[in-house]
Write a protein that binds this ligand. Structure first.
Ligand SMILES: Cc1cc2nc3c(=O)[nH]c(=O)nc-3n(C[C@H](O)[C@H](O)[C@H](O)COP(=O)(O)OP(=O)(O)OC[C@H]3O[C@@H](n4cnc5c(N)ncnc54)[C@H](O)[C@@H]3O)c2cc1C
Length: 310
């Protein structure tokens, strides 16, 4: 992983977002006027989206992508948080716990020394809370395991740098749960409402871990500080009982042109073959429920009526 393109991108970002003087780089890719213009347009569009979301009081969760994009994405998201998360968390960044190192760079200084596997993900995650507290804005985070494991490993092997992904599944799960523990701890250290987190997972054990953690730390469902997210059409057996029990639950709706949405969904299925097993489980649960309703004469029963899924 080379730091140079990231540095160049961030320089450009500082010029655009913070209005610093334009310094031409030696790298033609980022110094050409057209690309400067594209970046500015992208920032303007993002700004319009978040302004509108704020007006409507809805949250904007920015997805995390591959390691070679993520520092730039996180850098932009932090600027958006700085601007829009003053009273409450409108903008959420995404944290991928399959990473050995958190590829988020709050300052150029950290970027310059930070591209090393010796810094622990969990320590970096903890430092995010200090960072936002010092700058007086609210923390919004979506926690995921991470969707690009195979692609990341293949690229690391072909380019010849250290695999950025944890050694095994358990390490990723341990990191996910350690981050959640930190979230619970931090929530209790501050006035209510300064931290909002989405547990974006289809894993029943992780959802159970989050629910039990909320209980242990006396974090109320009604506070809506922790919410849950699953993709539309997947793991309804997790979303619906959570919603019915009063937790805040979101279904992620992949939206866009067919030629972009289908590859997105097929990537999810390829990168996470476990989902297919979960779909089987869901199908068998649906059959069970259908039989139960036929027997109980409840064909018109609507589980959504008493739930808070939304
Ligand atoms: C609402 C929502 C939003 C999402 N947004 C994003 C996003 O912005 N960015 C993103 O990257 N992903 C995103 N995802 C996808 C997510 O990262 C996971 O790929 C997917 O949810 C599967 O993880 P799980 O916790 O649901 O299930 P599980 O089946 O428990 O976990 C599977 C995941 O574990 C990890 N894993 C598996 N094997 C290994 C191994 N050998 N070593 C290390 N780790 C391993 C991988 O991350 C794999 O995807 C999102 C998912 C949801 C539900």
């Amino acid at each position: 992983m080379s730091t140079a393109p990231q540095l160049i991108f961030i320089k450009l970002l500082l010029i655009t977002v913070l209005g610093l003087r334009n310094t031409r780089t030696n790298d033609g890719r980022f110094s050409c006027e057209e690309e400067d213009e594209q970046l500015k347009n992208m920032l303007k569009r993002l700004n319009t989206i978040v302004e509108y979301a704020k007006e409507k009081d809805v949250r904007v969760m920015v997805d995390a992508e591959q390691t070679y994009f993520q520092p730039a994405i996180s850098r932009i998201v932090i600027e958006m948080m700085r601007k829009f998360n003053k009273e409450k968390a409108i903008v959420f960044n995404t944290y991928q716990t399959y990473l050995k190192v958190l590829l988020y760079v709050p300052t150029i200084k950290i970027l310059a020394i930070g591209n090393t596997m010796s810094i622990k993900f969990i320590d970096q995650f903890k430092s995010r809370f200090r960072f936002i507290k010092e700058r007086k804005f609210q923390f919004g985070a979506k926690l995921v395991r991470g969707a690009y494991m195979e692609q990341e490993r293949e690229r690391a092997a072909s380019v010849g740098y250290e695999d950025p992904i944890n050694a095994d599944y358990h390490a990723t799960t341990d990191m996910y749960h350690a981050c959640l523990e930190e979230v619970f701890y931090q929530i209790k250290q501050r006035p209510l409402g300064q931290i909002a987190v989405m547990v974006a997972s289809h894993n029943e054990d992780t959802v159970r871990f989050a629910v039990e953690g909320m209980d242990r730390h006396d974090i109320k469902k009604s506070d809506r500080l922790i919410c849950f997210g699953q993709l539309l059409g997947m793991c309804d057996q997790i979303s619906f009982p959570l919603g019915q029990a009063g937790y805040s639950v979101y279904k992620y709706v992949p939206y866009g042109p067919v030629e972009e949405v289908l590859p997105y969904l097929s990537r999810r299925a390829m990168e996470n073959k476990g989902i297919l097993k979960k779909v089987q489980k869901e199908k068998s649960l649906l059959w069970k429920e259908l039989k139960r309703r036929v027997k109980a004469g409840q064909l018109r029963y609507n589980p959504l009526e008493n739930s808070t899924v939304g």
